[in-house]
Design a protein around this ligand. Structure first.
Ligand code: X8Z
Ligand code: ZN
Length: 609
């Protein structure tokens, strides 16, 4: 959705339509052929018009996400108009015909031209003007859904709750009854989102079908050069490879949490026992003695967190952020007495596909936001790195969407390792933390995330779009998947009056792409492994990237080409291997052995895969 304007990965950010097929295009021989000359002229105009319309749409959408006022339709109206104008252009029948026709002469075109033409068609499929009414309806439904999600006020016992407040309760509250109340409050927003999601399921499928895609999931998969089955198989493979380790973590967590809450050991983890609304990150279950990062961060301001993340990138040789980043971003929570609300989920925006980069966050001084600031600045530095004359506007994207997610998450991982933390002046308690406890804490973040992202989310969205899962089955199916992949269960019956999947922002506004994050974690461990061993000559578990220009040069060489290169070739070139969970598995192997010992004699309830 948010064209590549917004959100991290939002729909249009990312790689090319058919990575596979582009490799057979070759540079033109001799002088420019008529097809090459026509393509050059077509793309010159397209890139320029596209950039202007995209900028206007992003600017309007930014306003819609940062100033949500109940009953005020003006933002929605402006966003609708700007997005319709963009859609009328990208989905224009003449543009589709020209790009299709020129691609028939692909042997006469160079690689950069072919990639841009394929991108034209990819953009068109979201908005085909052969079905203008459907496109209009979809745009309206998307804007309305985001406003509904972020215009909502959570509450429990008559008191309103912020998402930051809910998250803090789930991390720290010891009373199970209170936890359950807040968890349930966090799910109530889904009820009102169901009708909108039903509309979106229909409209997203219908629009891309008009340009020949099977369904919306297949459409998003095509950006990796894969069909839905290939993509699903790749993601499933990652999940299977991590499953033995996740099974150990699941077993450990069942016994650990049962002891903490004074309860019998459950087969499935009750969702409200976990420190995250969706059970996607359990890392705050472990406090590592001598490494109190949360405590250290509490003494800092939210501004310090953002500026520290910037200092890290600058220390590697990246430029300082443009001043407009700080002037135009929306980085901190809205004041309690404000007359407006905003989208509370973190995102990064490439407003003008050039220097106007912004982030939308609600930073508070804690570990989660410390990591998230690094994540968002990863998107921002990606935008800045490929916004240069050599990269056409149409290819100002990640090598694929997972690369876009991986950069900042890699920096987040690096920024949490103890020597780094010490170097940037955070005092976490002095003593040498136990490496196995640190590794356990990391696994509860990075490994626990895999069954959620590659399982629950991806399988649900594949079924939602490719199989047109009926709304009457959504909640039941959601919890079947959560049980199977994550080994978790809701605290009570969750009938079809609820719509728990819709409580996750991406289901509404970043659809059918959540596997990007699963793949990005795999990728980030590959990159980290390479950086630690080959560039820094350090143990991947114990690095300090800070100030290391060779790391910056390596990252920059990945970011600067944007989507002008094939993502698989790039990975091979940079790390010597294709996409593989090898590095991630190696990183956590000592922990797996340790957990096997810890879990001796315990009952495992999570099936192997
Ligand atoms: O949505 C995000 C980023 C914005 S692209 C904060 N993430 C996923 C999530 O929160 O569910 C980062 C990791 C997973
Ligand atoms: Zn992101």
């Amino acid at each position: 959705m948010h064209s590549r304007v917004s959100f991290c990965a939002l729909a249009t950010t990312g790689a090319l339509l058919a990575t596979m097929t582009t490799s057979c295009s070759s540079a033109p021989r001799g002088g420019a052929s008529p097809a090459a000359a026509e393509a050059a002229a077509f793309l010159r105009k397209y890139n320029s018009d596209y950039r202007a319309l995209q900028t206007a749409a992003s600017e309007a959408d930014w306003r819609s996400n940062t100033h949500i006022v109940e009953g005020d339709e003006s933002n929605a109206t402006a966003t609708q108009a700007a997005k319709e104008a963009l859609a009328a252009f990208t989905g224009n029948v003449a543009n589709i015909e020209t790009a299709t026709r020129l691609l028939r002469s692909r042997a006469e075109l160079d690689d950069l031209t072919v990639r841009q033409l394929e991108r034209v068609l990819f953009e068109a499929a979201q908005n085909p003007q052969t079905v203008p009414a459907l496109v209009k309806e979809r745009i309206a439904a998307e804007t309305a859904q985001t406003e509904k999600l972020y215009g909502y006020t959570f509450s429990a016992d008559g008191e309103s709750l912020t998402p930051n407040g809910i998250d803090e309760t789930l991390r720290s509250e010891k009373d199970l009854a209170r936890r359950q109340k807040v968890w349930e409050a966090s799910k109530r927003v889904g009820v009102g989102l169901r009708p909108g999601l039903e509309k979106l399921q229909r409209l997203r499928n219908a629009t891309v079908r008009a340009l020949g895609y099977k369904d919306y999931f297949s459409y998003q998969a095509s950006e990796y050069g894969m069909d839905a089955a290939e993509l699903a198989a790749l993601v499933d493979k990652v999940n299977r490879e991590l499953r033995p380790l996740f099974r150990e973590l699941h077993t450990w967590a069942r016994y650990e949490l049962a002891a903490r809450f004074g309860q019998p050991v459950p087969d499935l983890l009750p969702a409200h026992w976990l420190p995250n609304r969706w059970g996607q990150d359990w890392s705050s279950l472990v406090e590592v003695p001598g490494f109190d990062l949360d405590g250290a961060l509490r003494t800092r301001t939210p501004e310090w967190l953002v500026e520290q993340a910037e200092r890290f990138y600058v220390s590697l040789g990246f430029p300082a952020l443009p001043r407009s980043f700080y002037e135009k971003s929306s980085l901190y929570p809205v004041p309690a007495d404000a007359k407006y609300k905003k989208n509370t989920h973190a995102s990064a925006w490439h407003i003008d596909l050039d220097r106007d980069v912004r982030s939308l966050m609600s930073v508070e001084p804690n570990t989660e936001w410390y990591e998230t600031t690094h994540h968002e600045l990863g998107h921002i530095y990606y935008y800045i790195s490929y916004s240069r004359p050599e990269i056409p506007v149409l290819l100002r994207n990640g090598a694929n969407r997972a690369y876009h997610e991986a950069v900042g998450s890699l920096m987040g991982l690096a920024a949490m390792q103890p020597r780094f933390v010490e170097k940037v002046g955070l005092s976490t308690g002095g003593s040498r933390p136990d490496p196995m406890q640190l590794l356990l804490k990391e696994a509860l973040n990075y490994v626990v995330f895999i069954p959620w992202s590659s399982g629950t989310m991806t399988v649900f969205e594949k079924e939602l779009y490719a199989d047109e899962l009926p709304a009457s089955r959504w909640n039941a199916r959601w919890w079947e998947l959560a049980a199977r992949y994550q080994g978790i269960a809701p605290p009570g019956l969750r009938g079809e009056e609820f719509c728990d999947p819709a409580t996750k922002t991406h289901i509404n506004d970043d659809p059918a792409q959540y596997y990007d994050y699963a793949l990005s974690f795999v990728l980030l461990f590959q990159l980290h492994d390479h950086i630690a061993r080959k560039l820094l000559r350090e143990d991947p578990h114990d690095t300090c990237y800070y100030g290391r220009k060779e790391v910056g040069e390596f990252l920059s060489s990945i970011l600067r080409p944007g989507a002008s290169v094939d993502w698989q070739t790039l990975l091979k070139e940079k790390t010597g291997e294709g996409l593989s969970a090898r590095a991630m598995l190696e990183y956590f192997e000592p922990l797996r052995k340790w957990l096997v010992e810890k879990n001796k004699g315990r009952k495992y309830t999570l099936p192997e895969m």
